[in-house]
Design a protein around this ligand. Structure first.
Ligand SMILES: [Zn+2]
Ligand SMILES: [Zn+2]
Length: 193
């Protein structure tokens, strides 16, 4: 089975960033990837008191506009939340085949400005792989290096890799998703001395 993924940039997400993410997901999942942009999230989904998007409503809107058989991954310049959480890095629905990643928090807490783009891209890669993992049927993983580990803070994101641990990779395989081996976490690489 070949996966089809549409990468959608919203609110003027940088086109080079979208290209990098497109290469990432096409490589990791051997997927057919299309990139679309030039659209904005309607302001009706902003909670004006919090100045954040209501993530679940945005997800439904994305599904209504682009959804279907393929996986839709939307990268959104902005911040989002769901009821009960201060913010979310992203949300995903395996039923709708849709994942969203919000970029705002991924740009914070970068100490060294010279490497800020690299750090941002690295974080974005992790959040993209995490949310697509949910779309494909994975839950959270207890291995803090696995990309499916739940990030409570950006420091959790910085600590984990953008790879799936062997357990998560096995589960994906049982669901019919074949991962390129470079995206499977090698236990031996996580030794601490
Ligand atoms: Zn998650
Ligand atoms: Zn895992």
């Amino acid at each position: 089975m070949s996966l089809s993924i549409h990468v959608i940039g919203l609110n003027n997400t940088n086109s080079q960033v979208l290209e990098e993410i497109a290469v990432l997901v096409s490589e990791a999942f051997n997927a057919d990837v299309r990139v679309l942009s030039d659209d904005n999230v309607p302001s009706e989904f902003i909670d004006t008191f919090r100045n954040q998007y209501r993530a679940e409503e945005v997800l439904n809107w994305v599904y209504g506009k682009w959804g279907g058989e393929k996986v839709v991954l939307a990268i959104i310049e902005g911040d989002g939340y769901v009821e009960g959480l201060n913010f979310v890095f992203g949300v995903a629905s395996p039923q709708l085949n849709v994942a969203l990643v919000f970029t705002y928090r991924l740009k914070l807490w970068i100490r060294n400005k010279d490497i800020s783009r690299r750090v941002f891209i690295e974080r974005l890669r992790k959040e993209v792989m995490h949310e697509i993992g949910h779309v494909l049927g994975l839950g959270h993983c207890s291995n803090p290096s696995c990309v499916m580990f739940f990030s409570n803070t950006i420091f959790d994101t910085d600590r984990k890799t953008w790879k799936y641990c062997s357990n998560c990779a096995k589960k994906l395989k049982s669901l019919g998703v074949v991962l390129r081996h470079e995206y499977i976490f090698d236990r031996s690489a996580n030794r601490t001395y």
